[in-house]
Design a protein around this ligand. Structure first.
Ligand code: ADP
Ligand code: MG
Ligand code: MG
Length: 888
């Protein structure tokens, strides 16, 4: 015989806290509280297995369920000394849904179940309060009709309003017992009108109706959507809790409230909560009456004039404090509790681990470890790495007023205010004059990099979470709202329009990259705080971490930010970004337009000093930490002039005609640049480009070593290699250049040459490539594109459909496709190590900052992960958790 029903109450229970899978979170914790001797109204839980059975058997119940429910109900009757459906002393119950994880979208709780025309008399006698009895009855009819029978609430609210109008009342509390009685009668008419049959009088029929509604709600659209968004499997099922009612609304010695064992917004170890005297259930959160603070301290902090529970009911307050201590010590985590006081007696109705802000999560974890309640390792496991993002960027002052214009995608977190500009060039000009600017564009392209860099924030009206603007902004830690399609950007008229609002160049707006909100005017921001509990917890995390964490950074600013966030090196310095500066792009364009090596070398010579200076700055900031520098990677046409003005300018500098420039540009156009003449293919065709870059790197390294006495550690990375021969050719260029520079300087520094593994062939042939490559960095952005044959720039239009249909569990560009791309990475690791056991292995690209991908990196034994500077703390914490989970 299967046990479908688990009872609890009177200091005992058949269930336990660790039976969440079977009893749901609410049921398991009610059982646990009862076992702990805490006052819990008696009740029983119908298991999640019944839910599964229900759906596997055409929405019916197992034969023996009815008997088990009746037996459990009898037990509750005995414990509460009341009888279900009894005219003198009726037991009333609540019916509550409860999945493993708390789940919005499930059926709302039905209170006061068991009331009918007979039992309401009993309730009246028991309470000595006719008004209360009929008020409870009408609440029940409305709730049950709404939640179980699906009759919309306005049908009932309309009647109540009419009655109040007739009598000249303004508040519900003015209705008399007789008034409520009349309302009940009219409510019942509504039910007949709406569903063609009367409201169920039989309490058992009511009970089974409510149970069926809970199970039915598991498959309603809201619940299905919520499960999909939160990766909750449909076969988990929900449990149903049936529990004796206690009344917080039976007079002034009654109350109801919610409380947290610590402050959920700051994490401070103070008791925190709200309550209402003479109120029922959700009245506290419903906002009909202003709730009062539980503690005197809370009352003072909130400048409330209403008395605290600590003052009004001191003895019960002490009872509640005792419960708080018991539960927090028992669960060893901050608890979120619901309670009701009836006739001077405290009853607990729910406890669970409380939701909290990131700041609170850090403080609670650190303080609980300090109190000895949990270990430091547990503290490290308690904080969600992704949630740290909230703390790492300036954020809008929550107290400040905001005028929201519209909303786009929250593409890169952080808040920023500034003056609107419409081109990268203007952004740079204005920034040079000390203006804070927000770059507004339909979409961005690589040429906008300079402007993006100086902008406080970026707004685009097209493009998704993986659009150019989004990816680059995240990399730079610049707040970005992408794809805000309600706006119209007119670059020529220099306006940003939305509905009837027209903003002009120079007008101030504020972006919140964490929510996607775009606001008019300036909203004050607050700076992130990287000290205190944050620093303590990160310190504990670092002690456990076995993988290094590096950052992807090009500029000294990014590199300093990365170091501030604890990066242990640079895992990816993309050199092409360095060429978009206006003074350099001209030389770059001359180089591309040259028809022979001599012409190219001449242009490259003029780029060398700039490039060398970049590396000097970068090496200086990194102070001896490893810096992986990727040689030129993108197709050359990305650097070419587009506008007539640009074409004329290049033609003049290069001493050729505009026609020549246009022709050459045409020639460089590729139909599929991602798979075209780029990466090491450029170096193979034009070794002098890589030679110049290598020279810049080594001259810089030698100079910094000499000046600072600390030798930089350059790791030169050849991109887009798929064969050993490509790598060997390029390594030879780098080695020869190094040798020449070191001889000229009379000083040598240590360096490495390695490759990016970003093509499937490279992963497969990693064994051969490792014969000459000293390190691999898995470029999982391109490896994902090339493995899935999926262009990152074009996938936006259908990726969501793919996720909705369950083809991809997550965006493969955000979280590594462990089964597919991951297998190639693993093959690369194994084959690379087989050839060269001490090969250095890392990952760069968006995945290096994604906790799930980091877990995978730990599993396959990478030496480091690299991510954007602002994700470094997230990666540090995720790496520590991965190490702890793997038992490293
Ligand atoms: P939710 O999951 O939305 O919190 P609950 O099942 O906890 O739903 O119930 C909603 C409200 O009803 C809560 O305020 C709860 O305390 C109250 N409540 C539930 N069961 C009872 C009961 N048996 N007696 C009194 N109040 C109850
Ligand atoms: Mg609740
Ligand atoms: Mg690449």
């Amino acid at each position: 015989m299967t046990k479908w029903v688990y009872g609890f109450g009177n200091g005992m229970a058949e269930g336990r806290a660790d039976m969440k899978n079977l009893l749901g979170g609410k049921g398991a914790n009610l059982a646990e509280m009862s076992n702990l001797g805490i006052n819990v109204p008696a009740g029983f839980t119908i298991t999640t297995e019944v839910c599964t059975w229900y759906y596997e058997n055409g929405r019916s119940y197992p034969d023996d369920l009815k008997g088990q429910v009746l037996a459990a109900l009898a037990e509750v009757e005995a414990l509460m000394n009341m009888t279900f459906g009894d005219g003198q002393n009726p037991l009333l119950v609540s019916v509550r849904s409860g999945a493993r994880a708390s789940m919005p979208g499930m059926m709302d709780t039905v209170l006061n179940l068991g009331l009918n025309d007979t039992t309401v008399q009993g309730l009246m006698e028991r309470s000595g309060d006719a008004r209360f009895a009929y008020d409870s009855y009408r609440r029940f009819i409305q709730m049950y009709s709404n939640v179980v029978l699906g009759i919309e609430s306005w049908n009932f609210e309309e009647i109540l309003d009419e009655v109040k109008d007739d009598r000249g009342y303004s508040l519900d509390t003015e209705l008399t017992a007789e008034d409520w009685k009349g309302v009940v009668a009219r409510y019942k008419e509504v039910v007949i009108r709406e569903q063609g049959k009367p409201f169920p009088e039989d309490p058992h029929e009511q009970l089974w109706g409510a149970i069926g509604a809970v199970f039915g709600s598991w498959m309603n659209q809201r619940a299905i959507t919520y499960r999909r968004l939160n990766n909750i499997p449909a076969d988990w099922g929900t449990a149903v809790n049936v529990q004796a009612m206690v009344f917080g609304n039976m007079g002034d010695d009654c109350a109801t409230g919610v409380c947290f064992s610590r402050d959920p917004s700051t994490g401070e170890n103070v008791f925190y909560g709200e309550y209402l005297v003479n109120a029922q259930g959700e009245d506290v959160v419903a906002g009909i009456r202003t709730p009062q603070q539980i503690t005197i301290a809370g009352k003072e902090k909130n400048h409330s004039t209403l008395p605290a529970m600590e003052e009004v009911m001191p003895a019960l307050y002490q009872d509640l404090v005792r419960v708080r201590d018991i539960l927090e010590n028992h669960y060893r985590d901050m608890q979120d509790m619901e309670f009701t006081i009836q006739g001077g007696k405290l009853w607990m109705l729910q406890t669970r681990n409380g939701k909290r802000t990131t700041a609170a999560a850090l403080r609670i974890a650190v303080e609980m470890a300090g109190e000895g309640l949990i270990t430091r390792d547990e503290a490290v496991m308690r904080v969600e790495p992704e949630s740290l993002d909230q703390l790492l960027h300036p954020s809008l002052d929550p107290a400040a007023e905001r005028i929201v214009l519209s909303r786009g995608l929250p593409a890169s977190p952080g808040a920023a205010s500034g003056r609107i500009v419409f081109t990268a060039g203007v952004a740079e000009d204005w920034a040079r004059n000390g203006e804070k600017v927000i770059l507004c564009r339909t979409e961005t392209s690589p040429e906008d990099i300079g402007g993006m860099h100086v902008a406080q924030g970026i707004l685009t009206t097209r493009g998704g979470m993986t659009s150019h603007a989004a990816v680059v902004a995240r990399g730079m830690g610049t707040p970005c709202v992408a794809g805000a399609g309600e706006f119209q950007v007119d670059e020529h008229a220099k306006t940003l329009k939305i509905r009837d609002v027209v903003l002009h160049e120079g007008d101030i707006i504020t972006l919140d990259g964490a929510t996607g909100q775009v606001m008019q005017g300036s909203v004050p921001t607050i700076q992130p705080e990287l000290t205190g509990d944050f620093a303590t917890l990160m310190g504990w995390a670092d002690e456990r971490r076995t993988m290094m964490v590096r950052a992807n950074a090009e500029t000294p600013d990014d590199a300093s930010a990365a170091r501030r966030f604890g990066a242990q090196g640079i895992g990816l310095c993309r050199t092409e970004h360095m060429f978009f500066d206006p003074r350099r792009i001209i030389a770059m364009r001359r180089m591309i337009l040259a028809d022979d090596e001599a012409g190219r070398r001449e242009a490259l010579d003029s780029l060398l000093p700039y490039q060398r200076k970049d590396f000097i700055d970068l090496f200086t900031v990194m102070h001896g930490l490893p810096v992986t520098i990727r040689l030129l990677d993108p197709p050359l046409h990305e650097f070419l002039p587009h506008t007539e003005g640009e074409i004329a300018e290049v033609a003049q500098v290069a001493g050729v005609s505009g026609k020549d420039v246009r022709e050459r540009t045409q020639k460089l156009v590729e139909s599929n640049p991602m798979l075209g003449h780029r990466g090491c293919r450029l170096g193979v065709s034009y070794p002098e480009i890589y030679e110049m870059q290598a020279r810049a790197i080594f001259e810089a390294a030698v100079e910094v070593a000499r000046e600072t006495g600390v030798a930089p550690l350059p790791e030169v990375m050849i991109p887009l290699v798929s064969t050993p021969r490509e790598f060997e050719l390029m390594k030879d260029v780098v080695d020869r250049t190094a040798k020449a520079v070191f001889e000229e300087a009379g000083l040598a520094v240590e360096y490495m040459v390695g490759t990016m593994i970003e093509l499937p062939r490279a992963a497969l042939r990693a064994g051969d490539i490792a014969a000459s490559a000293a390190f691999f960095s898995f470029g999982t952005n391109d490896l994902t594109q090339t493995t899935l044959g999926l262009s990152r720039d074009d996938a936006g239009s259908f990726l969501q459909t793919y996720q909705d249909k369950g083809i991809f569990a997550r965006d493969p560009f955000a979280s590594l496709d462990v089964d597919g791309v991951g297998e190639l990475v693993q093959i690369g690791v194994e084959r690379g190590r087989a050839t060269r056991p001490d090969i250095k292995l890392g990952i760069c690209g968006e995945h290096g900052g994604d906790p799930a991908s980091i877990r995978f990196c730990q599993k396959i034994g990478l030496s480091y992960v690299s991510c954007s500077p602002y994700r470094v703390p997230i990666a540090r914490l995720a790496a520590a958790q991965a190490a702890l989970q793997s038992g490293a």
